[in-house]
Design a protein around this ligand. Structure first.
Ligand SMILES: Nc1nc2c(ncn2[C@@H]2O[C@H](COP(=O)(O)OP(=O)(O)O)[C@@H](O)[C@H]2O)c(=O)[nH]1
Ligand SMILES: [Mg+2]
Length: 642
């Protein structure tokens, strides 16, 4: 079976990259008139090389310092590097910069070619080789084969092919290289239009596969497109997959709408973002520290966008240091967990560092939000499940899908990991929102929401010192901003379940929370309860009691309501409260009189209770309300709660 991989060239200008590609493949990758005239590579060039069971899509990059941005676009998605150093010139600035870029892009394998060995003598070449070995020590090329070549004489080409095959074999064995099925993703590096066909985009396929007829989207922009035709190195094909160079003829988009940096993907796989959370590193060779809030040129995939770097935990990043941070992008871009990126400085234009995305779409994290930052650090963990849990943490109080775990935590089998998470003890809290809907919140977020509800309720106490119970809608209103009221309701229910909130017909209260009364108010409150007790079945009205008070008349209604909330009194109407003991004995009297089932009219009830209509009517209505009695014509009978 053939394994497809992408090979990228790297190295200083004029060191013989393009000539070596030609010697390997017979393809002249410098195609543009300007490239021919100036004898340099400006744009990316492409060729194909088949060695044994490997089909290498070659991306030949420019070495000129002015075209490093093109090199970066081409370097995205490469699996193998061919680092080229001219034997007569040795290590030069773009040799170093390209190597830095390859390291930052997390390349794992490659081959070194010393070129132009026909114009240098053996002793000199030994010196150059030592210099190159020193350069690559401590990098992914430390143990890479180094092949002496001459494109002009065909020297070393066979050895180079063998070395490339060995390197390819190592890469082909990685999990990443095997992702040739599933959702498709390709960062676009070229766009053009062909008469009669329309828009064509090219790129290195980063994952999955696409076939003619597939419906895909362009991101950023969520632009639906259809695959009209596919080519691989000028051959028409039915499908393309990871590790291949692809030219995709698209229906549904004009080439003017696209730029390098757009990505083509299976719908739902990618999402545009303007805020990236990342591990940021500054190269040891960076000319100066990277200050917090510094603007850099960010190279992410094939895109290039200005970004402000917010470094967490320190004011600046010294050369060689690494830290968590957030990147604020000037324009939206697409990225996923684990994606490497490169940062360059404007002037002088040099590569200063890079890093890896740990959160493609986290919210802006406050500098002092320790818990948030510790979960951001957890997104760097080796363990997929730890990362997945952290991704759920950042979903906050909102919904999430297992597929989000692929994009946000780099999880390979999101459905399986989601199942493990839900099954794990104490990680995720599941709330039943409705008979058919559930929410799965990270336990810290569930607790945070509960704390927020408790705090809102506590706040009511602070604002209303004499109130004991608060109407449920008053609290619910505070959580309107969540949008999903069912989540609030489920959380409140869990608080009531845990007895952290008390629920009564009058509303919600916090256990153990008492009103704060002055000495005088306390005496008055006690007096009022005594008055009600003594008045029994015929209590005075709220207005009458207020007028009786020697001072603080305005407080009386509040104190009465408080006594009702605490269960001393029962409210019949706005004006009429009754002591609960009196109410209880009335209820017993009525129960006895209604036991025979014949029922009583209001005036009969008035006689039984030996009271007036003024009390009998509100009492009857109250008993109807609570279901103790029920109306049948003009009579009352015992109700369901009787
Ligand atoms: N003598 C000699 N010259 C070479 C060799 N390979 C490339 N060159 C020359 O070096 C120059 C730059 O080569 P090119 O492949 O364009 O370099 P690139 O900028 O790295 O792509 C051209 O003039 C080539 O003819 C080689 O093996 N021997
Ligand atoms: Mg070239």
């Amino acid at each position: 079976m053939v394994t497809d991989l992408i090979l990228g060239t790297a190295g200083h200008i004029d060191h013989g990259k393009t000539a070596l590609v030609r010697a390997l493949t017979g393809v002249e990758t410098d195609r543009l008139p300007e490239e021919k005239r100036r004898g340099i590579t400006i744009e990316l060039g492409f060729a194909e090389l088949v060695i044994d069971d490997f089909r290498l899509g070659i991306v030949d990059v420019p070495g000129h310092e002015r075209f490093v941005r093109n090199m970066l676009a081409g370097a995205t998605g490469i699996d193998l590097a061919l680092l080229v150093v001219a034997a007569d010139d040795s290590v030069k600035p773009q040799t170093r910069e390209h190597l830095d870029i390859l390291r930052l892009l997390d390349l794992r394998a490659g081959v070194i070619a010393l070129t132009k060995c026909d114009v240098a003598d053996a002793e000199w070449i030994d010196l150059v080789e030592a210099e190159v070995r020193e350069l690559v020590a401590d990098t992914f090329l430390a143990d890479a084969p180094l092949v002496r070549t001459s494109a002009h004489r065909g020297q070393g080409i066979a050895a180079l092919r063998a070395a490339l095959a060995a390197a390819a074999a190592r890469v082909a064995d990685t999990q990443l290289a095997r992702r040739t099925r599933g959702p498709f993703r390709m960062a676009i590096d070229r766009i053009f239009s062909i008469a009669g066909h329309g828009t064509v985009v090219t790129g290195s396929v980063l994952r999955g596969q696409a076939a003619v007829g597939d419906e895909l989207v362009i991101e950023p922009g969520n632009l639906p497109v259809r695959v009209r035709g596919l080519q691989q190195h000028e051959r028409a094909v039915d499908q393309v997959h990871r590790g291949q160079r692809a030219a995709v003829n698209l229906a549904g988009v004009h080439h003017d709408q696209l730029t390098r940096g757009h990505e083509l993907a299976t719908p739902g796989l990618l999402r545009a973002t303007r805020l990236i959370t990342a591990r940021v590193q500054l190269l040891p060779s960076a000319p100066q520290p990277l200050c917090n809030r510094r603007r850099v040129r960010l190279h992410l995939g094939t895109s290039e966008v200005m970004a402000t770097v917010l470094i967490h935990d320190r004011e600046e990043l010294a050369p060689g240091q690494e830290a968590l941070g957030q990147l604020l992008l000037a324009q939206p871009a697409v990225t996923t967990w684990g994606q490497p990126f490169v940062m360059r400085r404007e002037s002088p234009m040099v590569t200063i560092g890079g890093g890896k995305v740990v959160g493609p779409d986290l919210p802006r994290l406050k500098a002092d939000a320790r818990q948030d930052w510790s979960y951001a650090a957890a997104l760097c963990a080796e363990d997929e499940q730890v990362r997945a849990a952290a991704a759920v943490y950042f979903a906050g109080w909102g919904p999430w899908q297992p597929s989000d775990l692929a994009r946000r935590a780099g999880v390979d089998d999101p459905d399986a990991v989601a199942r493990q998470l839900l099954a794990a003890e104490g990680v995720i809290e599941t709330l039943q929102l409705s008979p058919t809907r559930r929410a799965h919140l990270h336990h810290e977020q569930a607790e945070a929401l509960r704390q927020r509800i408790l705090a809102a309720l506590a706040n009511f106490y602070a604002e209303n010192p004499r109130q004991l119970v608060f109407p449920a809608p008053q609290l619910a209103q505070r959580f309107d901003y969540l949008g999903d009221t069912s989540l609030y309701r489920a959380m409140l229910a869990s608080l009531i379940d845990q007895q952290r909130v008390q629920e009564s017909p009058a509303g919600l209260s916090l256990p153990g929370k008492g009103p704060r009364l002055s000495k005088h108010e306390q005496r008055l409150w006690q007096q009022l309860i005594d008055d009600y007790r003594q008045a029994g079945a015929q209590p005075p009205s709220v207005t009458e009691l207020s007028q009786q008070a020697s001072r603080n008349q305005a407080v009386v209604p509040q104190l009465i309501e408080l006594a009702a909330a605490q269960g001393h009194l029962v409210r019949l109407t706005d004006q009429l409260y009754i002591h609960q003991e009196a109410l209880e004995s009335i209820r017993e009297q009525l129960r006895a009189s209604l036991a025979n089932g014949a029922g009583l009219t209001v005036s009969q009830i008035r006689e039984v209770l030996q009271t007036t209509r003024k009390y009998a009517v509100p009492l009857c209505e109250y008993f109807d309300r609570i279901g103790f009695t029920r109306r049948e014509g003009d009579r009352r009978v015992l109700g369901a709660g009787g």
